[in-house]
Design a protein around this ligand. Structure first.
Ligand SMILES: *Cc1c(COP(=O)(O)O)cnc(C)c1O
Length: 389
């Protein structure tokens, strides 16, 4: 038996290490020339017009919510099966979250669950919907866009699982798409995030908000008296028209991101190949264990299966422990956010049966580009033994 197989991990090579070492020897450790270079490369990779780098996927979601002007009294729809951060981004702005249910077999927000959430929102001032491309599968965006535009909702895609899919960052609906470069995502910078958008004014606003809400451009300065020495702008002068954060991604990490993006195509192809092998090896385990319901296109971020633990006479905890004993890591993506104590306090109890049914059965198994074919086979064999095939 070889080493421990986690459910996901980064792939860092010597060229990544060299890129970071070179950045460490440069003049600027934080905002220098590599931020723009990373944003340019990321925009190209994601099919986007503009990319704004920041220091986490969570910050990306918060910047997007702020760019929409979300505030107290506003609300946005977020599917319950997602990471905490998608919902929390609304609360950072003082806005409310309306949780939507998901399809029980794919975990995705659907046109029907979106409509139901809109109906449930009642008198709340709904401003946006945040579809989550869970596991890397794209939500039915054409249908979601039709519903959103009928209700005047902006769209922010949580695309943290979907980098690598053609044009996923284009956000043709005129909103934004948010990405993460956490080590388990498609490319890694340690911590990091990016927002993409077709709209230059949103990108400019997010660049201001990621750095304290500061402006320096003479045309943007309000206080002429303090800003100018006669007709010349004072060289030290900056202004803060509104409050922002320090969400900047350092140059050192941008160097890693640039290096990683060069391999995105290769990573994606390897993930696709591993998925095809899993599909073949796991097919005989149905119906006790089967892959989540598929819809094309798929970004292959996670490989998630649905398991009927009760039918196997076990529990998920025991099933995971048995795999762990064999050096196989698994994870649950995600605990439906509407069950979190914080959101029970802030929105009350909700009945979202699709989210609960997905959560009860889902398990993410090891899936990352550096997995070897024998690793994939070892996972499939262990699952077959546990399922009794
Ligand atoms: C990873 C992730 C986030 C948050 O990204 P961080 O970089 O960890 O802050 C948000 N939403 C989804 C769906 C994610 O997978």
């Amino acid at each position: 038996m070889s080493g421990f197989l986690p459910y996901g991990r980064q792939a860092i090579d010597d060229d990544d290490v060299a890129a970071v070492a070179a950045a460490l020897r440069a003049d600027m450790l934080t905002t220098g020339p590599l931020v723009e270079a990373f944003e340019r490369d990321f925009a190209a990779a994601a099919g986007a017009a503009h990319a704004v780098a920041c220091n986490s996927g969570t910050a990306a979601l918060h910047l997007a919510a702020m760019a929409l002007g979300m505030g107290p009294g506003d609300a946005a729809i977020v599917p319950s099966v997602t990471f905490l951060a998608t919902a929390n981004a609304m609360r950072f702005c003082g806005a409310d979250v309306v949780f939507a249910d998901v399809d029980p077999d794919s975990g995705l927000l659907t046109p029907a669950t979106l409509e139901a959430a809109i109906a449930r929102a009642g008198a709340k001032r709904l401003k946006a919907v945040f579809p989550v491309h869970l596991n890397g599968q794209l939500c039915d965006m054409p249908a979601i866009e039709t519903i959103a535009s009928r209700h005047g909702l902006a769209i922010v895609e949580d695309a943290c699982h979907a980098l690598g899919l053609a044009d996923v960052g284009a956000a043709r609906h005129g909103g934004m798409a948010c990405f993460s470069t956490h080590p388990v995502k498609a490319v890694a910078t340690g911590e990091g995030g990016v927002v993409t958008t077709p709209r230059a004014e949103l990108a400019a606003r997010m660049r201001m908000l990621r750095s304290h809400g500061m402006v320096r451009h003479p045309a943007a300065l309000a206080n002429r008296e303090l800003a100018y020495d006669g007709d010349t702008p004072n060289p030290w002068y900056y202004e803060m028209p509104e409050i922002g954060w320090n969400y900047r991604l350092p140059d050192v990490l941008c160097a890693l991101g640039i290096s990683q993006l060069r391999k995105l195509g290769r990573f994606f192809a390897r993930r696709q190949a591993i998925a095809a092998t899993y599909d073949r090896l796991l097919a005989p385990l149905a119906p006790a264990l089967r892959p989540i319901a598929r819809r094309a296109p798929h970004g292959w971020h996670l490989y998630a299966v649905l398991i009927d633990f009760a039918a196997l006479g076990t529990t998920r905890a025991r099933f995971m422990a048995a795999l762990r004993e064999q050096g196989i890591g698994t994870q649950v993506h995600y605990i439906p956010v509407h069950h979190q104590p914080y959101y029970l306090d802030h929105g009350g109890r909700l009945d979202l049966p699709g989210a609960d049914a997905y959560y009860a059965r889902c398990l993410s198994i090891p899936f990352y580009p550096a997995m070897r074919d024998e690793d994939v086979a070892r996972v499939a064999d262990a699952l077959a033994a546990l399922v009794g095939r």
